[in-house]
Write a protein that binds this ligand. Structure first.
Ligand code: ZN
Length: 426
């Protein structure tokens, strides 16, 4: 953990003097604690107009768990990690990082956002250090943070302001520290859905799934993977940038998403490092090398970060269904030479027709099993040699799926492959 108190005067970079509820600088600048956050004495930044309580409380404000957990994961929120949430909005991300043990600072130009953040922190019982800022100069010393999060800020400001905030981020990060950036809807998806609307003469309007007319005026510009990459590079950070399909996930079949992800992306994600970024083992999941992936994967508990696709959501609790093909990632330690999986295939016609499962490791077929006993769960295989330590990709392919609805079992319309519980290499 970076030790010293990181707060300084945003105007002249001098130390602030703390007296009661007030932090003041000899230059005349001061913050005053008000409703759980440090308010500046200047009037609210004009850009804060429109960012009132109503906006943050509206259903349109994206507070999905998928996004919050992913941001916390990429920022490595944990004990000993100091995080700045730059543009913290109503505080859901900052609070999550604090719950995970991080020391969290949040800044925003909107007083309403800061008030909601303070309220949320109080309700959950965590501490956030919250500061109002002018949208440009951040009240912190150089090299103060392990991670900075900028979630859903980029689309709300012009490029000049974004460049300025990215330079500030670069200044505030510790060497080796990282900036986590998320922006949506991505320009890629806006373009392609615009094209589709034109081609179908308005019959298929996917853009309405990407934007909210009521708050669209707050979007200054849509970013692409290219624009974010170029802005991050200009700020002196070393970026890994990728696109994901989330808003329109159910519109594109998985194989199409997988192949055309760059083009169909409705979300832009970036991890940008002060110093060199870690190697990228798998370009389709470029951030895996920068986070902790276990050698022992529990499908019910692991997040999407370890799954490449082809798995159905984990509503079931302790397992996931695969489709015809499913991909996941594991991090092997030194000397691993065996893979063990827990799986089952309750196909209704299993007795007369066993299900074949092929296992590929880094694109090479390494094992296969025939599932004929619905009660058998454990499948263990010796690998051809010792595994290289580090990240590996495992792909499962089943020879056939079944659809419960077609069999009159229930109303589940999915084409199901096998049930997958866990996997490990040792
Ligand atoms: Zn000052």
């Amino acid at each position: 953990m970076p030790s010293a108190d990181p707060v300084q005067c945003p105007r002249c970079q001098l130390d602030l003097d703390c007296r009661g509820e007030r932090l003041s600088c000899s230059c005349g600048y001061s913050f005053c604690m008000q409703g759980g956050f440090y308010e500046t004495e200047a009037s609210e930044a004009p850009e804060a107009k429109g960012y009132g309580e109503q906006y943050y409380r509206s259903a349109f404000y994206d507070n999905t768990d998928y996004r919050i957990s992913r941001l916390a994961l990429l920022a490595r929120a944990d004990l000993g990690i100091r995080i700045l949430d730059l543009g913290c909005g109503p505080g859901a991300i900052a609070v999550r990082c604090a719950v995970l043990g991080s020391q969290v600072y949040g800044v925003d130009i909107s007083k309403a956002a800061l008030k909601l953040s303070a309220q949320r922190a109080r309700e959950v019982g965590v501490r956030l250090a919250l500061f109002e800022f002018d949208g440009r100069s951040l009240p912190f010393r150089d090299s103060s943070f392990n991670s900075i999060i900028m979630a859903d800020v980029a689309e709300h400001i012009d490029d000049k302001t974004l460049s300025c905030l990215l330079r500030e981020s670069s200044r505030l990060l510790l060497p080796g520290g990282r900036l986590v950036l998320h922006t949506a809807p991505a320009l890629e998806a806006m373009r392609i859905s615009g094209l589709i609307r034109k081609l179908t003469l308005g019959a298929l309007d996917l853009q309405s799934r990407l934007t909210t007319p009521e708050y669209e005026h707050l979007h200054i510009r849509y970013h692409s993977q290219k624009s974010i990459t170029s802005l991050l590079k200009q700020s002196g950070l070393d970026p890994i940038v990728w696109g994901e399909v989330e808003f329109l996930k159910d519109r594109w079949p998985w194989p199409v998403q997988k192949t055309l992800r760059r083009l169909l992306a409705d979300q832009v994600w970036a991890l940008a490092f002060k110093g060199d970024h870690p190697p990228v083992t798998f370009p389709e999941m470029p951030y895996l090398d920068a986070i902790d992936i276990p050698a022992d994967l529990n499908m019910g508990r692991c997040g999407d970060e370890a799954l490449g696709g082809g798995f159905y959501a984990p509503e079931e609790g302790s397992f996931r269904w695969t489709g015809k093909e499913a991909v996941f990632y594991l991090k092997a330690r030194e000397g691993c030479s065996r893979i063990t999986m827990q799986a089952a295939a309750p196909h209704p016609d299993l007795a007369s027709k066993p299900v074949q499962v092929d296992i590929y490791l880094d694109c090479r077929k390494v094992a296969a099993f025939s599932q004929r006993d619905p009660d058998r769960r454990t499948f263990s295989f010796d690998l051809p040699g010792k595994l290289r330590p580090g990240l590996h990709k495992i792909r499962l392919v089943v020879d056939r799926t079944f659809t419960p609805m077609d069999w009159g079992i229930n109303q589940d319309p999915r084409a199901l492959g096998i049930i997958f519980y866990s996997a490990k290499v040792d």
